[in-house]
Write a protein that binds this ligand. Structure first.
Ligand SMILES: Cc1cc2nc3c(=O)[nH]c(=O)nc-3n(C[C@H](O)[C@H](O)[C@H](O)COP(=O)(O)OP(=O)(O)OC[C@H]3O[C@@H](n4cnc5c(N)ncnc54)[C@H](O)[C@@H]3O)c2cc1C
Ligand code: FES
Length: 510
């Protein structure tokens, strides 16, 4: 993005009248060639970079909350005082400028270079050796946070993947559609790990954890000891158990290698069958349509995503995909795959050069189970993300934690939750006692339509719809007993952020 092309708003070095910016307001101006967000919170004025460090979201269209700004697109949160990315999915800070007030005007002066103060940690209890099992969202965010907090001990990150941590959500969206260059995909360059003393070991398969001996064992026979361990093994795609499901043209989608394998086959394919109308299945369908491939979706439910988003949003998602040429075969499932033929239970045959299976995932719990850790449809952790073994923490898709907002122990499969849990677990492994209390958030993207979801509602007795779903401008509130448990929205980003803040405040008040 060429920021130099346009200089929006006023030159903030020349000052603007204080009366031009109300309490709680934000405006975008520039300092030299850079776009700068000026924000007012009470008598405090702040100046930071105007764009989110995650995917460049326009922060002025987000929400000011105290001395932070939240990004409208995927709810990252930045400190206005320091520019620090205090909540994922952004992991890098934004620039921060000094601000002066004189003569009824506010002036943005020079860029600040001071680093934010780190959290205080209890003296004498610092671990020396941290081991992280998993090189995904949670594992990466944990390692990054420990170094950000200036932890000086060793960090070994073990991943059975052959790629360093990647932006997994992109693998079913722009990357699969052919619209994301390779350099967007790694969360950090390879140099980052060496420069930050993170001993990232790829193709390292952990086969055992001994909580008493505080040691993990690898498939090559090596053992690595730890003072604290983070289990962040994520989830794996459920595979079909029908005849032909193991053929080469049948793919699941979790890793960069999976996405590349689908792309390679898509280049020769005329028609694809996507099995499962899950988020990943439908995102893959949209990306394959972007490649000009005919796409058929087969799924047992009556409406896509009805269980999570309700019937109205389900109908919308279906018609959105149909407008883009996707053909649905709902209330049906595949019974066999034979070469280019997928036969459905209804007897209907579908031709396919490529089959993508998106029928859900299963948390990778084998290590935790074998180690004797408490497991209940996920790895059980407490509010500090500590497992039943005191030196072992867990985060991400495997963790079932006591969610203070829903009042339930929940396990979700959301990128932002995994990263934030990784960050909280990191702090707690270093001795900071911080509860994980973030409101769950996920997003999904279908063509040019983003769906954002805040909170967690497994069931509801009232679904209130504000706006117009068909017009792609709506906010849906999922309520139980009068209380809003979750909110889904399309292009109502501020309202979605406000709902998140309301849930935080409601929980804090209880
Ligand atoms: C294609 C795709 C698109 C997605 N899009 C979105 C989205 O738009 N929005 C959203 O909110 N969520 C999305 N998700 C879900 C999100 O990516 C996950 O919730 C998130 O990655 C979970 O993070 P994690 O760290 O728990 O697991 P992962 O990111 O899966 O990482 C787990 C890591 O552990 C490693 N591992 C597992 N077992 C072992 C072992 N025994 N030894 C060594 N290493 C091991 C794996 O190789 C992997 O590196 C998407 C997921 C996929 C697959
Ligand atoms: S662009 Fe800001 S959180 Fe994604």
């Amino acid at each position: 993005m060429a920021e130099a092309d346009a200089k929006p708003g006023p030159d903030l070095t020349r000052g603007i009248l204080l009366t031009e910016i109300a309490d709680g307001a934000m405006l975008v101006g520039h300092v030299g060639e850079e776009q700068v967000l000026l924000a007012r919170s009470g008598d405090d004025m702040f100046a930071v970079g105007a764009h989110c460090s995650h995917y460049h979201g326009p922060l002025a269209e987000g929400l000011l909350v105290g001395d932070t700004v939240r990004c409208p697109w995927h709810h990252a949160c930045f400190s206005l005082r320091t520019g620090e990315a205090v909540r994922a999915p952004a992991l890098s800070p934004i620039d921060c400028w000094s601000v002066e007030q004189r003569g009824g005007k506010v002036f943005v002066t020079q860029k600040r270079t001071d680093t934010p103060a780190r959290r205080s940690r209890p003296a004498g209890r610092e671990p020396e050796k941290i081991v992280i099992v998993g090189g995904g969202a949670a594992g990466f965010a944990a390692a990054e946070m420990m170094r950000r907090e200036e932890f000086k001990g060793s960090i070994v990150m073990l991943s059975n993947d052959d790629a360093s941590p990647v932006d997994r959500p992109n693998l079913s969206k722009d990357y699969l559609a052919g619209n994301a260059p390779e350099e967007w995909i790694p969360l950090r360059s390879d140099d980052f790990y060496a420069e930050n003393g993170i001993d990232l070991r790829l193709r390292a398969i952990v086969v055992g954890v001994d909580p008493r001996a505080r040691q993990v064992s690898l498939s090559d026979g090596a053992n690595i000891s730890f003072d604290r361990l983070l289990l962040a093994t994520g989830a794996e795609p459920v595979r079909l158990s029908i005849p032909g499901a193991d053929q080469a043209q049948v793919h699941t989608l979790r890793s960069l290698a999976d996405s590349r394998a689908i792309i390679a086959r898509a280049k020769q394919a005329r028609r694809a069958v996507v099995i499962g109308a899950s988020f990943i299945g439908l995102e893959a369908a949209a990306s394959l349509r972007a490649r000009g491939i005919e796409v058929h979706v087969v799924a047992p439910e009556k409406r896509p995503m009805e269980r999570i988003l309700g019937p109205q949003m389900g109908d919308f998602v279906r018609s959105l995909h149909e407008e883009h040429g996707v053909v649905f075969h709902l209330e049906d499932t595949p019974s066999a795959i034979d070469g280019r033929r997928v036969t459905l239970k209804s007897g209907r045959p579908l031709e396919a050069d490529l089959v993508v299976v998106g029928v859900g995932v299963r948390p990778r719990l084998e290590l935790a189970e074998k180690a004797g850790l408490a497991v209940d449809r996920g790895l059980t952790v407490d509010a500090f993300l500590q497992t039943s073994a005191p030196d072992i923490f867990a985060a991400g898709d495997i963790a079932r934690w006591p969610d203070p907002h829903s009042g339930q122990a929940i396990r979700v499969e959301h990128w932002v939750v995994a990263e934030r849990q990784g960050q909280t677990a990191a702090l707690n492994m270093l001795g900071v006692r911080e509860k994980f209390d973030a409101v769950p958030f996920f997003w999904s993207q279908h063509y040019d339509i983003p769906i954002n979801y805040v909170g967690h509602a497994e069931k509801w007795d009232d679904l209130a719809i504000e706006g117009d779903i068909a017009a792609k401008d709506c906010l849906l509130r999922y309520k139980l007993g009068g209380r809003t448990l979750a909110v889904a929205s399309i292009f109502r980003d501020v309202a979605s952020l406000q709902a998140e803040v309301a849930m935080e405040r409601a929980t804090a008040a209880r």
